[in-house]
Ligand binder design. Structure first.
Ligand SMILES: Cc1cc2nc3c(=O)[nH]c(=O)nc-3n(C[C@H](O)[C@H](O)[C@H](O)COP(=O)(O)OP(=O)(O)OC[C@H]3O[C@@H](n4cnc5c(N)ncnc54)[C@H](O)[C@@H]3O)c2cc1C
Length: 426
């Protein structure tokens, strides 16, 4: 037996590490299991653009998204693509996703996401100020660029609603854009600006957060893949891994896109699908943007990382294989060129693809998993995991500690798309 922490967290990405952070602050003994290494490329928290803050918090489930995804299969330059598989779990997810796209409660869910992102931003600012993570976090504001009048006008019309939610978005004049971004020459029809736009530099941020956790007493076990569980009487008793067996007080599944597979070993159904995406990191050209920019219509994000520049995009629902086709990667480059046609093309440093863990309604799964008394989930943060995980981790820690949660946990319920399945595979 390896040890008996109060809480054993499965998964060393942003979701798992922030659960560990908040639990350790509450005095719990905590261990994290990671099948690879923390900060490794297998994790979705590795090569993303790290946008955090309230910029334009947008749910994946939006009107028209399912149709756009199906059309996108034929178009490699499309931002979204959905490839239906002969897979019951994916079809179930798509069915709930279609409902969420049409659902009138979408606006309320957006409000929840904005609230979580604001809470997370204040935690990140605190961490950056007090705990030595400052080199991996910056808050230079964020630009949302629009290539068509139609999309810009639609976004501009939505500004009062965003302001009501406390998102400080405003339209930029061309002169203001030039003074914010003097090096970049945009071919766009309009831009918005959010002064609360911030970003974390990954994977450095994840590596530094893990270091801080270890210093505070959290055990991190790398190369420890969970392979099964032993349970009895509504209690998870043991967690079996390739690095030994653990007998924790509580278990948190925070295994990103692999969380559904892990939960299924205990007969718990998570309606979660991977939505794959990719990033391309190049040497920074002298005439690129200085701050994070969202190429809004095409959902491509651009982040400056010192002497490098990273572009990220593609939302493809097509199963667990993380590989993104070279045609789609080329599509991302084409999109960047369309918004920034005169930006000098430079050497590619790295290409990467990852699996976003997505719930059909774009809200994460947070809280206790029935019928177990000591099993919790922190998964499904979708395309905003870096921006939601700090607040999500606190909600899970509050649930484990038996504290009053800061937000209503009912909206994050694990079984909101159906009760646990009977079949259990361990
Ligand atoms: C191209 C792209 C761009 C993105 N840009 C942004 C952005 O700008 N802002 C933002 O907020 N979000 C962004 N995201 C989303 C964000 O990356 C994810 O939401 C977030 O990383 C999910 O974190 P996680 O901890 O849930 O999952 P992960 O980071 O994937 O971590 C889960 C970990 O669990 C481990 N694991 C799995 N199974 C087991 C097992 N059986 N035993 C032990 N360990 C296991 C995995 O190895 C993995 O390291 C982007 C994603 C992509 C793909």
């Amino acid at each position: 037996m390896r040890g008996d922490p109060d809480v054993l967290i499965i998964g060393g990405g942003a979701a798992g590490l922030f659960c560990a952070y908040h639990l350790r602050r509450r005095g719990r003994s905590v261990a994290v299991l990671e099948r690879g290494t923390v900060g490794g490329a297998q994790s979705c928290s590795y090569g993303n653009t790290g946008f955090v803050g309230t910029h334009g918090a947008a749910a994946l489930a939006e009107p028209g998204m399912l149709a756009a995804g199906l059309r996108g299969l034929l178009n490699p330059a499309s931002a979204v693509a959905i490839r239906p598989l002969a897979d019951a779990d994916q079809l179930r997810w798509l069915w709930h996703f279609r409902r969420a796209c049409a659902d009138r409660s979408a606006a309320a869910r957006l409000g929840v996401l904005v609230d979580m992102k604001r809470r997370s931003l204040s935690m990140l600012r605190e961490l950056a100020a007090d705990r030595g993570l400052g080199a991996t976090f910056a808050m230079p504001g964020m630009v949302l660029a629009f290539r068509t009048d139609q999309a810009f006008e639609r976004a501009r019309a939505g500004l009062p609603a965003m302001a009501d939610r406390g998102v400080p978005l405003r339209a930029l004049t061309p002169a203001e854009l030039r003074s914010l971004e003097p090096d970049a020459d945009f071919a766009i029809r309009g831009a918005l600006y959010n002064e609360e736009g911030a970003f974390v530099r990954v994977p450095g941020f994840i590596v530094e957060l893990a270091r801080l956790l270890v210093e505070s007493g959290v055990e991190i076990h790398s190369q420890a893949e969970v392979t099964g569980f032993d349970s009895s009487g509504g209690q998870v008793d043991r967690v079996r891994t390739t690095g030994g067996t653990f007998r924790p007080g509580h278990v948190v599944i925070a295994a990103g896109a692999w969380s559904a597979r892990c939960a299924r070993m205990l007969g718990v159904r998570l309606t979660l699908q991977p939505v794959k995406g990719c990033s391309i990191t190049v040497r920074a050209p002298g005439n690129g943007p200085r701050r994070p920019v969202l190429l809004a219509e095409d959902r491509v994000a651009v982040t400056p990382l010192g002497d490098q520049l990273r572009f990220a995009g593609v939302m493809e629902v097509s199963g667990m294989n993380p590989a993104v086709s070279s045609r789609r990667m080329a599509g991302v480059r084409r999109i960047v060129r369309a918004y920034l046609p005169r930006m000098t093309s430079t050497e590619t440093v790295e290409t990467w693809s990852g699996l976003r863990p997505c719930a059909p309604d774009s809200l994460p799964f947070l809280g206790r998993a029935e019928p177990y008394r000591n099993l919790y989930i922190a998964a499904g943060h979708g395309q905003m995991g870096m921006g939601l995980a700090p607040a999500g981790g606190e909600l899970v820690a509050q649930a484990i500690a038996g504290e009053q949660a800061d937000l209503d946990l009912a909206q994050f319920r694990i079984d909101r798309f159906g009760k646990p399945s009977a079949g259990r595979r361990s």
